[in-house]
Ligand binder design. Structure first.
Ligand code: ADP
Ligand code: MG
Length: 312
């Protein structure tokens, strides 16, 4: 049975080296490549590339499935608690694996606090709403605080040093770096299959700063879309939950349309997933609302941000 690249027929040491050097270091990476890309990147004939891709797909069971099979797969989706039962309820039980969940809202609406909380929650045992898992935290704004992780770990009844060791942290310096980090994630996930959560907080800030205005919209959108699809692919391939955040501003200059349109347009439009809008309320209360999710009931819930973490 084919378990790794070297098991594919015709992939000897020579081709294997070329593939790995070109960034195709796993069956998954090869399975979703196009024959053209693979052939150019690895310097192998297109017919060979085609055959290798076909075999990788067979090995990974990438094929037409019946609706019943799809149902069974989706039933395997696992959930991570947000710390608030009300918010979990709104999400249909919690943050889902194999899914990208977007938290969007104004500055201070609780996006980063939720990211901290869920990177703790994922570590809990299943009966407490976790997956006994680890988290990857990609921070683009420099707002990650180990102090908050420590406090929330204690709040969740975890040993804080162990909990902090279960979070892989990286600061992304610019949008290219951010994309490169995600390019390389597959390797980390393969090495540490306990990873069950990937966070990008925020997904959009570098792209907005580097590609400002209408005139850059097309390029920004194109790059962001590639980035997002890569994240979705990781979620589906490895049964991982992906959380992204997106800061939006209330725009007093807008007379019509959604007053909380993402700055510079609906950049995240065409990628599947769950979008959750966050709003400030009184004191430590926040309001969450699900947007564009036909399979989830409409409505709003209130949750709180406390010293110990996110709560009802
Ligand atoms: P966003 O990422 O959406 O801009 P944050 O998630 O950073 O917003 O939320 C910041 C808010 O979180 C603060 O205004 C405060 O209300 C709350 N917060 C931050 N730290 C603590 C803490 N130690 N205890 C209680 N609440 C906190
Ligand atoms: Mg933030």
């Amino acid at each position: 049975k084919v378990k790794s690249l070297s098991d594919l027929s015709g992939v000897g040491q020579n081709i294997l080296n070329k593939l790995v050097e070109a960034g195709y270091s796993s069956l998954e990476a090869v399975a979703v490549a196009t024959p053209q890309d693979l052939s150019v990147a690895a310097g192998i004939p297109q017919t060979t590339a085609q055959r290798i891709i076909k075999e990788a797909r067979e090995a990974l069971d990438i094929r037409f499935k019946t609706a019943l099979e799809v149902k069974k797969e989706r039933m395997n989706t696992k959930k991570i608690t947000t710390g608030s039962q009300a918010l979990d309820g709104l999400l249909g039980g919690g943050i889902e694996t194999r899914t990208m969940t977007e938290f969007f809202g104004e500055f201070g609406s609780g996006k980063t606090q939720l990211c901290h909380q869920i990177s703790i929650s994922v570590q809990l045992p299943q009966e407490k709403g976790g997956l006994n898992g680890k988290a990857v935290y990609i921070d683009t704004e420099g707002t990650f605080r180990w102090e908050r992780i420590e406090a929330m770990a204690k709040g969740a009844g975890l040993e804080s040093d162990i909990a902090m060791n279960n979070i892989y942290y990286m600061r992304a310096i610019n949008s290219d770096h951010q994309m490169a980090i995600v390019d390389d994630l597959q390797e980390l996930i393969t090495k540490d299959p306990a990873i069950k959560l990937i966070i990008v907080d925020s997904i959009t800030s570098h792209f907005r700063a580097e590609y400002p205005g209408r005139e850059n919209l097309a390029v920004r959108q194109q790059k962001l879309n590639k980035h997002l699809h890569q994240l979705v692919r990781l979620a589906e391939m490895y049964d991982i939950a992906v959380i992204i955040t997106n800061q939006v501003m209330a725009r007093p200059d807008m007379f019509y349309g959604d007053p909380t349109t993402a700055v510079g347009g609906h950049t995240l439009y065409h990628v599947p997933g769950i979008r959750v809008q966050l709003k400030k309320s009184r004191g430590n209360k926040r309001i969450a609302r699900i947007v564009d999710a036909p399979h989830l009931p409409e409505g709003e819930v209130v949750f709180a941000i406390t010293e110990e973490g996110v709560r009802d």
